[in-house]
Structure formats: C-alpha cells, structure tokens
Design a protein around this ligand. Structure first.
Ligand code: ARG
Length: 463
C-alpha cells in the first residue's frame, strides 16, 4: 500500500512520500481501526457543534453527518478498505468521507487536531470497555454466588500457608471471591468516573481561536464536562493506566482462584470436578483431564500486567504535550482488555460448571487437627484458662494425637485428662467440623448463618 505521493492529509510541505519502513513504523491503522465507531461518534458530535456555532453551514454539516453514517456502515459490514498510507483511523475515515461527500469533508477538521481526536476516541473506547468488563464481572460474581448458595453449609478445610488451618464453609470461600470482584468492579467504576472528561476541542494542544462549544460536544459524547486544561487533555493517558491497573488487580484475583482450581482438581486433592467443557485431555496419557482454562487464566495476569508496565514506561519520559510514542498506548490496552474479558468468561464457565466433591471436602476439613483452635477456645471458655496456656495444652494434645496416629475426635477422655485433669467429656462437642463452623458466628465469619446473611446481601446488590 506504499504511496509515492506525499500524504494528502498533511503532505503540503513534503516533496516525497514516506519510505516503506517509515510507513510501517508510523501506521497505526492495523490496530486503531478498532476505534472506528468512537472516531465517527466523535466526528459527528464535532460537526454538529461546528454547525450550531455557525462555523459550518447546516448543509455541510448535514452532508458530513450522512457521509459519516455511510462510512460507519461500510466499516461495520466489512466493505471499508483500510489504507496504511493513510496511517490511522482518523485519516482513513476522513479520506473516505471526502470520497463520499466531497468538499465539506475538508471542513470537518476545523478547530480540531488528531491529538484531541485520538484522546477522545481512545477514552470513549476504554469507557465502553469498562462497561463491558463490569457486566462480565457481575456475571462471574453471580456464578460464585450460586456456588455459595448451594454450599452455604458444606464444610471444607480453610488454609493458611496451604496448611490446614480451620474448617470453613464452601459458601464462605466462594463469597470471598464475590467480595474481591466487588472491589474490582468499584475500581473500574472509579476509573470510569475519573476519566469522564472530554478532550475534544483541546485541538493540537493550545485550544482554538474558533468559537467552539466544548460543553456541547462533551455532553453529546456522554462526558460529564470538558477537560479543563487543553495541554493535559491531549497528553495524558492516565485513564488507560487506571483501566490497566484495575484490569491487573482483577486478573490477579482471577489468577488466584485459577490456582486454587488447579490444586483442587488434582488427584491428591479432589475437592472439585471440573466439567469436560472446560478441561482438556493429554495426547499421550489417557487418564488425564487437565484444567487448562484455569492455567491460562493464571497466566493472563502476565500479559495484562505487562501492558500496564509497558504503558507506564511509554509515558514516563514524555515532555508535554503529545508525542508519537503515545500511539503505543492502544495495542497493549486492547490486548489486555480482550484477555481480561476472555478470562472472566472462561472463569464464569468453570465456576458455573464445577462440582464440589462434598465428601472429600468434609473429610479433608476434619483432618490435620483442624479443630485444634476450637479445643483451645473450649479450654478458655470452660476452664477460664488464659489463651496462651490453652494454646500450650492443646499443642500437647495435638502431639499426642500425632503420636497415636489419629485425629483429635479419636482421642479418649483419658488421653485428654492425662494432659489436663480438668478436661471433661463435653470437649468432644467442639471437635467436630460441623460444630466448629457453626460456632464462628462473628460478623463475616464462616458460620452458615453468617454466610447466608452475606449471600442475601449480595443477591440484593447484584439484582
Ligand atoms: N495515530 C495517532 C496516535 O494514535 C493519532 C495522533 C497523531 N497526531 C499527530 N500529531 N501525529 O497517537
């Protein structure tokens, strides 16, 4: 697509067209065509405003409006021919508009620059992406919530250091992710609110001498207000970084549950069975059912965080205002956004389809002396022992059980009284996992009664 003529958009002072390599490094149309819809939206708002301000005639504005709709439908139906010589989406659209409507197309760029145009388009794109991401997060939360409800009182081991710590409920564990995703959603919502100022009308960098109405274009494009400093408006990409930050943290959360699924679905754990729809087989080992989707979600954080780091690096050395470096903001952001959406969808599928293996979970919950804390708490409550002493006595009882090769409920009362004479038979009540979880009724605790309260709260919130 190399063109030997100078560029029709900016080539007035150029005697020759760009070298092929120059064109290759310069062009962004290969990726920024994803912002076609936003570009046309921005141009329509700009043209309407120019007409309302008497800068464009109504006839020209109408020709531009109609022409832009034609361009949009050509793009949407795949009929549009993108040209690398025309560099980017902005010039591709304008050039095609000129083919369609002729002279008025050349008036569209009055009081505007590609600098405010690209900042506007990209913001609109990120904003749309935030809305899509929020929907995907809600879908995943809903899937976790359904799991929580189905297993509100199912017992499983709770871990610290991946060592059995205390019994918890399946519903409680699922709700932990609903909480994390809730904060993820709020980060995206915050980012959306912060970025919602319109760059359009900042022009190249300094504003314009035309009597434009930036409030009108801001309103037409759903922004809260125009950005108040034209230099800032064309030269920051912190809105994309806010998005990538939120995306990174969200992907980190997804990665943690993915890791749990990898562990839980292993032959050694068998806590969950993943559906065939979200597993793959091995080409050599016929018995294998691999949690590939979970593994790939676990890896997605790498590229999403990579995009975040890359854009930080692109921006950190740039003097105000626009530099072409900033064209490198888009590809990585698109990639991160796509992969986050994919990860959210895959995780929603896995969470919806997975089966908790209740018997295995309960057996695992009861092993590893998981109710030792309940025993210590009983000593405090019943014998009025200071917790530190109770901790010590319990440690000795655990040691005894370990030596005998049994779990705490399997010890005899004689075993217990040999270690502390005041212990009585009703200590055994607190050693069962069901009683253990049922007793943890502090706010936000693992007791099924508490879990059900949180489920009800989230159901209302997500409805
Ligand atoms: N394709 C460019 C970008 O993505 C558009 C802005 C170009 N502006 C300029 N002054 N060359 O950043």
């Amino acid at each position: 697509m190399t063109d030997t003529k100078s560029n029709t958009m900016w080539g007035g002072r150029f005697a020759a067209g760009p070298d092929a390599i120059m064109e290759a490094i310069n062009a962004s149309i290969g990726f920024d065509q994803r912002m076609a819809k936003q570009d046309i939206e921005g141009s329509r708002a700009h043209a309407a405003m120019l007409a309302a301000q008497g800068i464009l005639t109504d006839n020209d504005a109408e020709a531009i409006r109609e022409g832009l709709l034609t361009v949009l439908s050509e793009i949407e139906t795949g009929k549009f021919e993108f040209s690398t010589a025309l560099e980017d989406i902005h010039m591709n659209v304008e050039s095609r508009l000129k083919d369609i409507v002729g002279e008025p197309a050349g008036r569209l760029h009055t009081a505007r620059s590609r600098n405010d145009q690209v900042a506007t388009d990209f913001k609109l794109w990120v904003r749309d992406q935030i809305d899509a991401t929020l929907e995907a997060i809600t879908a995943l939360q809903t899937a976790f919530l359904a799991q929580a409800e189905a297993g509100a009182d199912h017992v499983m081991p709770g871990f610290t250091h991946l060592q059995t710590a205390q019994p918890v409920t399946w519903g409680h564990h699922m709700l932990a992710y609903v909480e994390m995703l809730g904060r993820d959603a709020s980060r995206f919502t915050d980012a959306r609110a912060r970025m919602n100022e319109s760059p359009l009308g900042a022009a190249a960098l300094a504003g314009t001498s035309f009597n434009i109405d930036r409030h009108a274009t801001a309103q037409a494009l759903g922004f809260d207000r125009p950005a108040a400093n034209s230099l800032d408006a064309v030269s920051d990409r912190d809105f994309a970084l806010d998005f990538l930050n939120a995306a990174s943290i969200c992907a980190m959360h997804l990665s943690r549950f993915a890791e749990e699924l990898v562990i839980w679905s292993s032959a050694q754990f068998r806590f969950v069975t993943l559906s065939d729809r979200f597993s793959t087989g091995s080409s050599i080992m016929p018995q294998k059912k691999n949690p590939d989707a979970a593994e790939l979600i676990r890896a997605k954080i790498a590229r999403i965080f990579g995009a975040n780091a890359a854009l930080m690096m692109v921006m950190k050395g740039l003097p105000l205002t626009y530099s072409k470096d900033m064209q490198e903001d888009k590809e990585q952001t698109f990639d991160a956004a796509d992969n986050l959406m994919l990860a959210l969808a895959a995780m929603t599928g896995m969470v919806t389809d997975m089966t908790a293996n209740q018997a295995n979970l309960e057996a695992a919950a009861a092993s590893g002396f998981s109710t030792a804390t309940d025993l210590a708490d009983w000593l405090v409550r019943t014998l009025d022992m200071p917790f530190r002493d109770a901790h010590h006595v319990t440690g000795s009882i655990v040691k005894l059980a370990e030596d005998k090769g049994c779990d705490l409920p399997d010890l005899t009362l004689d075993d217990m009284t040999a270690i502390h004479p005041a212990i009585t038979g009703d200590v055994f009540d607190v050693l069962g996992v069901q009683n253990s979880v049922a007793s943890r009724t502090s706010y936000g605790g693992t007791a099924p009664t508490e879990v059900r309260k949180q489920i009800a709260r989230w159901k209302e919130k997500l409805a």
